[in-house]
Design a protein around this ligand. Structure first.
Ligand SMILES: Cc1cc2nc3c(=O)[nH]c(=O)nc-3n(C[C@H](O)[C@H](O)[C@H](O)COP(=O)(O)OP(=O)(O)OC[C@H]3O[C@@H](n4cnc5c(N)ncnc54)[C@H](O)[C@@H]3O)c2cc1C
Length: 336
């Protein structure tokens, strides 16, 4: 009997299943239903495309989710086997546009090794240094799914036309973690969703062992990818609202390379294969669509007339990994 159904096998759906089991819910009573599962690549499945990185420059209203995630990520890493889990840490420098405000520091004190200085990057005010989590997104979601199925969570590939189709025999609760799918899923059809495109260039760069980012009028970042056989480093990116286009563009590759090299010259200067752009080993270029939402994430309990409930948990935009455990914990708390 499937008492709890989770729609979605992205980082949010999988983290919700994890949080349920962490809160003592019997794994055998949980079923994940999803059109796309780890291993798939689709314009409608964001999670495999993420950098992914734990940013401290996230929206203030999401800080409670990111703080919870930061504090509980080591535990998840251990449960997934430590090295090879797809979760790592590294030194990070985030250059941000923000006048110094003691509140800013106070609210982010949960991060280890936190220091704040003046940014040297044009258009940025602060340089925020700390120990960041980094994620090998396709590997992490695959490992998380494997961990959950070992515990006894059921998984079924199914595309739903309406959220109510998720209620199977004996189902009392449905978690709607459909990401961008919330826009079209019958019974939800959330028109506040804003598809938000990003393109990244992935290079092989064993000589880069940190993250370096600038959030000014652009989103420019260099993210070390953990547990990657090819020593991948993600160079990005874009944050294009209302763009649902998974094509990649050569002029955007050039723009990303120009911006990241200007921000972090070591990309070329430390490359043992040569110091020209042509000497970079580009592994792939991809574009993904973030599940943005006007008004921010939706974590909400919807009571149906027959006593059943839907818990909505979607709209993570560009923060699905860094808010994953916190969003899941809040959604699960609505049924405990
Ligand atoms: C280029 C890029 C870089 C990013 N970098 C970062 C980063 O550094 N840090 C960070 O925290 N985040 C980052 N993100 C954002 C992050 O990837 C997303 O916030 C996150 O993946 C959203 O996860 P999700 O589970 O909500 O959605 P998804 O991963 O899209 O999962 C949705 C699930 O719902 C299923 N589904 C939807 N509709 C239906 C239906 N009708 N029937 C059945 N199943 C359905 C899908 O098949 C899928 O399994 C980045 C994103 C992009 C594109």
């Amino acid at each position: 009997m499937t008492e709890i159904v989770i729609i979605g096998a992205g980082i949010i759906g999988l983290s919700t299943a994890y949080s349920l089991t962490e809160n003592g819910i019997d794994a055998g009573k949980i079923t994940i239903l999803a059109e796309h599962l780890p291993g798939d690549m689709s314009v409608n499945y964001t999670s495999p495309y993420a950098g992914a990185y734990f940013s401290l420059a996230n929206e203030d209203e999401n800080l409670k989710y990111s703080e919870f995630t930061y504090k509980n990520m080591d535990k998840l890493r251990e449960k997934l086997g430590g090295k090879g889990s797809g979760i790592g840490t590294c030194k990070s420098t985030e250059n941000i546009q923000q006048d110094f405000d003691s509140d800013y520091l106070e609210k982010r004190k949960f991060a280890d090794d936190l220091e704040i200085g003046k940014s040297q990057v044009p258009g940025c005010d602060l340089a925020v240094l700390y120990k960041a989590f980094i994620f090998n997104s396709p590997l992490l979601i695959a490992n998380l799914l494997r961990y959950l199925t070992k515990l006894g969570v059921n998984v079924k590939r199914e595309k739903l036309n309406d959220v109510k189709e998720a209620f199977k025999a004996g189902t009392k609760t449905v978690f709607n973690c459909s990401g961008l799918g919330a826009l079209k899923l019958g019974g939800v059809e959330d028109t506040s969703m804003i598809p938000t495109r990003g393109q990244v260039v992935v290079i092989r760069a064993p000589y880069i062992n940190e993250c370096y980012l600038a959030w000014n009028d652009t989103s420019t970042y260099i993210i070390k990818r953990p547990d990657s056989n090819l020593d991948e480093v993600i160079l990005g990116g874009f944050y294009q609202k209302d763009v649902h286009d998974s094509n990649t563009y050569g002029y955007e590759i050039d723009d990303i390379l120009q911006r990241t090299i200007k921000l972090y010259p070591k990309i070329l200067s430390d490359n043992p294969n040569g110091n020209r752009i042509e000497d970079l080993q580009i592994i792939r270029v991809v574009a993904g669509i973030r599940p943005g939402r006007k008004g921010g994430v939706r974590i909400e309990k919807q009571e149906l007339s027959d006593g059943k409930v839907i818990i909505h948990n979607y709209g993570a935009a560009g923060e699905g990994y860094l808010c994953s455990l916190g969003m899941a914990n809040e959604a699960v708390s609505l049924i405990l």
